[in-house]
Design a protein around this ligand. Structure first.
Ligand SMILES: N[C@@H](CCC(=O)N[C@@H](CS)C(=O)NCC(=O)O)C(=O)O
Length: 210
């Protein structure tokens, strides 16, 4: 059984959505292992042997151990949904798929965090470039939609989309209609709704609300 180290108010919430998109079910296909971030359980020696960054998500699947949300998405889609949520290795669509799956954590998120923190960086030196270029590329990626690969929904939508959704929610990206419409389409997916219900259940069980 796959084990996901999880807290509902974290990037691990997106990993639950990934698992649900694969059609895996909590209890039979995967289990959640709660990491109490407030109690700093992520910094325990035991947890650091899994993820030396002391961050979640971490996913363990038999002998496979994956950290980094984008890598978790890539691993799960290749392993459990080749040709569906992950384009096959010889499918040209895989190029755009890889491009946008990596764009969220390596460009969108640091560009938004840089701006929100008021840091002055040289856009030529940093890998995430300028705020304006990131926004233009994000708009172009969503394009006509409905998904990043047109009519085809892939794990790239979960990775890119969960980052976009988080950044818009926390006002780190502007609430442009193009972004809001895409987020609405993502939120309407049954797997996204099941994942939201699971994350909310953990909030209630652990008394994290309010
Ligand atoms: N680069 C990592 C970042 C993971 C991350 O920052 N996780 C946060 C929760 S969203 C965390 O574990 N924070 C706990 C801490 O830093 O102590 C990824 O994309 O998975």
């Amino acid at each position: 059984m796959i084990k996901l180290y999880h807290h509902p108010y974290s990037r691990a919430a997106a990993a639950v959505w990934m698992l649900e998109e694969l059609g895996l079910e909590e209890g039979t296909g995967y289990e959640l292992s709660f990491v109490d971030l407030k109690k700093l359980e992520q910094r325990s020696d035991a947890y650091r042997t899994l993820n030396p960054m002391a961050k979640i998500p971490t996913l363990v699947d038999g002998d496979a151990l994956v950290t980094e949300t984008g890598a978790v998405g890539l691993y799960l889609a290749d392993r459990y949904s080749p040709g569906h949520l992950a384009p096959e290795l010889d499918d040209p669509a895989r190029a755009a798929y890889l491009r946008w799956i990596l764009f969220g954590p390596s460009v969108m998120e640091p560009a938004a965090a840089t701006r929100a923190s008021g840091w002055e960086v040289n856009p030529v030196s940093v890998g995430w470039g300028s705020w304006e270029a990131m926004l233009a590329a994000t708009r172009a990626a969503i394009g006509e939609g409905p998904w990043l690969l047109g009519d085809r929904f892939t794990m790239a939508d979960v990775c890119f989309g969960s980052t976009l959704r988080f950044l818009v929610q926390f006002k780190m990206l502007p609430p442009e209609p193009l972004f809001l419409d895409y987020i609405e389409r993502l939120n309407a997916r049954p797997a996204a709704q099941r994942a939201a219900a699971i994350n909310e259940r953990v909030v209630a069980e652990r008394g994290l609300g309010g």
